[in-house]
Design a protein around this ligand. Structure first.
Ligand code: NAP
Ligand code: GDD
Length: 350
């Protein structure tokens, strides 16, 4: 039997200005939720973009670095569900700023759990029911790192290879620990790479789709990349946010792997993206060892069997459809006559 969803479920999303936050907000609004987003900083430019496109979202200020602000946010919103998507999420940045990555991506999870615990009045050890607020943590396939088996599932051991992966591993285990210590409905989705036209331009899929569009439109001739041999399991963000909600609507709090079960190399992605625009990648792509990582994750491939069997979740968009969607979207974006003079740094295409 699945959880009885209250008449109007109220969700609080951290990281609402990011790729997944925007898709999750849209999905929950479609499901009849009241959606609140935690936003940080003053005059955060991502907030005005979010407001422009998803007008029905309510906003509350807070920062994953600031415990008091999270308690105030949970007290104000009184959510039924919290989705913790906020993070420093770009892996290379985590070597440059390892400490802040640990604070936001790792300790931020603990702060959010503590805010829920305090506001719910949970003290001491296991509280019957563990409070009413259900918690979703955005765990990552980056935790598998140097993989011990392929495909990776919920029982595969972790061996993170970046400060980001280490921080996510802390977030994963502290979520599990709050579930076991306090009986909270706290779960982690171990999500493999998922992409969209709203993906940040620093990630390889969007860097490639924007690069292809620029080359096709004659704005440049070259695209510089790092390691072409790394393999990832790439899915579509719009499919993956559905799994987040299903995990919080399940009868029991459990962690799930969310992926497609397929794996492709960056080289295969490049070939397909350029071919989609009628280009031969070999004339345009150059590699630069400065873009390789101190420690690489060579291969990721998720086994989503548990999510399929227990949640009824299936990915809808294939790798080929995803690449076509992103290239076509960036071609349309860069062809627009009202395109801003500065090139898009993030997911300006809605
Ligand atoms: P994203 O686009 O980089 O968004 C990150 C979000 O975190 C932004 O909304 C950002 O808000 C917010 N944030 C950063 N620092 C914060 C702080 N100190 N306090 C509160 N919020 C802060 O990431 P995404 O791709 O949507 O991913 C969502 C989550 O899933 C992340 O936790 C990521 O690590 C995880 N994940 C992603 C993937 C993937 O393939 N996309 C796979 C596995 C796991 P600002 O507007 O304030 O900067
Ligand atoms: N970003 C980037 N830029 N990556 C490149 C480049 C380049 O120019 N050239 C090759 N790559 C390779 C990277 O070395 C990596 O092996 C792969 O492309 C994917 O890189 P990203 O798109 O930056 O994603 P990621 O796999 O490191 O991390 C993403 O997925 C994780 C889940 O596995 C992020 O969304 C993380 O937040 C997420 O947890």
């Amino acid at each position: 039997m699945s959880w009885e969803v209250p008449l109007t479920t109220r969700a609080l999303i951290t990281g609402i200005t990011g790729q997944d936050g925007s898709y999750l907000a849209e999905h929950l609004l479609e499901q009849g939720y009241e959606v609140w987003g935690l936003v940080r900083g003053q005059a955060n430019p991502h907030v005005s973009r979010l407001r422009k496109h998803i007008g029905d979202v309510r906003l509350v200020h807070g920062d994953l670095l600031d415990q008091g602000s999270l308690i105030s946010a949970v007290e104000k919103v009184r959510p039924d569900e919290v989705y913790n998507l906020g993070a420093i999420s770009f892996v290379p940045m985590s070597w440059q700023q390892a400490e802040i990555t640990a604070e936001v991506t790792g300790m931020g999870v603990l702060r959010m759990l503590e805010a829920i615990r305090v506001v719910s009045g949970i003290s001491g050890s296991r509280t019957p029911g563990g409070g009413q607020i259900r918690f979703y943590q955005a765990s990552s396939s980056e935790m598998f790192g140097q993989v011990r088996e392929t495909p990776q599932n919920e029982r595969t051991p972790f061996h993170p290879r970046s400060p980001y992966g280490v921080a996510k591993t802390y977030g994963h285990f502290i979520t599990q620990n709050y579930r076991e210590s306090y009986g909270m409905f706290a779960v982690s989705g171990i999500l493999f790479n998922h992409e969209s036209p709203r993906r940040g331009a620093e990630f390889v899929t969007r860097k490639i789709s924007l690069g292809v569009a620029r080359i096709k439109l004659g704005l440049t001739d070259k695209l510089t990349l790092g390691n072409l041999e790394a393999r990832r399991d790439w899915g579509y963000a719009g499919d993956y946010v559905r799994a987040m909600r299903l995990m919080l609507a399940a009868a029991t709090p459990e962690d799930y792997v969310i992926g497609t079960g397929r794996t492709q190399s960056v080289r295969e992605l490049v070939e397909l993206a350029f071919a989609t625009a009628g280009l031969d990648w070999r004339h345009h792509v150059i590699t630069d060892s400065a873009l390789t990582r101190p420690a690489e994750v060579d291969l990721l491939c998720g086994d989503p069997k548990k999510a399929r069997d227990q949640l009824g979740w299936e990915p809808g968009v294939t790798f080929e459809e995803l690449v076509t969607m992103m290239v076509e979207s960036d071609l349309a974006l860069l062809s627009r006559s009202d395109r801003p003079a500065d090139e898009p740094l993030s997911f300006d295409h809605w």
